[in-house]
Ligand binder design. Structure first.
Ligand code: GDP
Length: 297
């Protein structure tokens, strides 16, 4: 899908105005409508887009952009600042426990990139801070998921705890945590089951695992390519489970990434990392200002 870039949209709308001489409040509203449309096309949800525009209007009037020499540049700057601010300004690191191990529970719908992200994050910790993570394979519903995690673990020389697909995931998590204690692993990643959509059985299982594992971090993996659904998914998991952070995957695809803005606004939880490809090194910290530039285009 081709996007008309938000920056040029603002410029075009404001150029038409300056041709008329004085820029009026009605002209500003015309520009705000353009921005709202562009945000929706970039996968920002309706409620977030409305909220964004409301705040933007107040800021633009407060900054007296209509009286300035270069109103479009000013509006672009205010949009950029507000995007960054609403996405949290700064990168937020992983939570860390005061005593080992730090337990990170991964959740997400099937195909979102959860298993891949476990490997990416564990590898990042291992290579950047010599961490000794253990990966627990608790997705017993998709036999290939356990195999996939084991293959990734082998490639990265990171141990994977599994008990096949016959055991209850709650028991697997218990046993895996005992193993981590024994081996003095400093990080434990729990790869939980996904589903095609949120359902109660899955949520109950995740809640049970949470009670057993007391995770320091519940990271939700969300596929940025699912557009508006990405926000609904994040809201669903956050309401049922109470997530602590989000990894937004598949940003190497042709999405503007507006889901990042909506997810942050709707859940109030930070996006901590972004997935930018299938390779194990294709993971980056989430920087709100970079994402703002991407949404602006
Ligand atoms: P899970 O079902 O949530 O565990 O998902 P997987 O980890 O198995 O990933 C599903 C598919 O998405 C696989 O083909 C991954 O290689 C792919 N994938 C995961 N993260 C990314 C990403 O950031 N970019 C791209 N292009 N593909 C990804």
């Amino acid at each position: 899908m081709a996007f008309e870039n938000l920056t040029s949209r603002i410029q075009t709308a404001m150029k038409t105005m300056s041709g008329k001489g004085k820029v009026s409040e009605a002209d500003l509203d015309e520009t705000l409508r353009e921005i709202r449309l562009a945000l929706l096309e970039a996968d920002v949800n309706l409620k977030t887009a409305r909220n964004f525009i409301k705040q933007l209007r107040e800021k633009a009037l407060g900054a007296k952009v209509l009286e300035g020499l270069n109103p479009s540049e000013q509006v672009i700057k205010i949009v950029n600042d507000q995007l960054t601010e609403m996405m949290g300004e700064k990168a937020v690191p992983l939570n860390k426990s005061t005593k080992i191990p730090t337990v990170i529970m991964m959740a997400g719908l099937q195909g979102a990139g959860k298993t891949t992200t476990v490997a990416k994050l564990a590898n990042k910790l291992k290579s950047e801070s010599n961490a000794r993570p253990l990966l627990i394979a608790a997705d017993v519903y998709r036999p290939a998921a356990i195999e996939q995690l084991k293959v990734l673990g082998q490639q990265l020389s990171i141990p994977v705890f599994d008990e096949g697909t016959d055991n209850d995931p709650r028991k697997i998590v218990q046993d895996g945590l005992a193993q981590a204690d024994e081996n003095k692993n400093d990080y434990v990643f729990i790869d939980t089951a996904g589903r095609l959509q949120i359902d109660e059985v899955l949520m109950q299982e995740l809640k049970d695992i949470e009670k057993i594992a007391h995770p320091d971090e519940i990271l939700l993996t969300v596929d940025a390519m699912t557009g508006q659904n990405a926000t609904e998914t994040a809201q669903g998991f956050n309401d049922a489970l109470g997530i602590t952070g989000v990894v937004l995957t598949k940003l190497d695809g042709d999405t503007r990434g507006g889901a990042a803005l909506s997810i942050r606004e709707v859940t109030g939880k930070p996006i901590k990392f972004v997935g930018e490809g299938e390779k194990v090194t294709d993971l980056d910290v989430f920087y709100p200002d970079r994402m703002a530039s991407r949404i602006l285009g």
